[in-house]
Design a protein. Sequence first.
Length: 148
Amino acid sequence: MTVLSDIYSMDIIVPKIYPDDILVDAARALNEYKSNALAVIDKNHRLVGIVTDHDIIKTVATRHEQLQHVTVKEVMSKNVVTCRSETHLTDALRLMGTHSIRHLVVVMDAQVKAVISVKDILSKIHSDDELEISVLRDVAASVLVAQR
């Protein structure tokens, strides 16, 4: 199970924003994308950071200036942990655990392809486990029927 092939189709819309955008626009983008994190990209579409809902909440709670004047680059994390599109889901989870983060930016050919969360990965793993359990139940039931 790999990150892009198992969680997303290749035509997903990547939640992203620019460093000079204001934080209020980042909050709107999170709502629009129904995401908790945005890849921050420069004008050449290179990854330069990540901004999360937690970054925005911390800024609202700690800064007393008008949020209309706070830019994304002031609050984004610059050391972004990334994975490749062919990364296995368990490796992606391990990477998140190692770095104590909730989101990974997926890159392919130096381009941002997705932003994934722990929840995305765990949901996929859980649905695969549910399918496996269902198949095993069906196999067991057919074996019992055949034995009668």
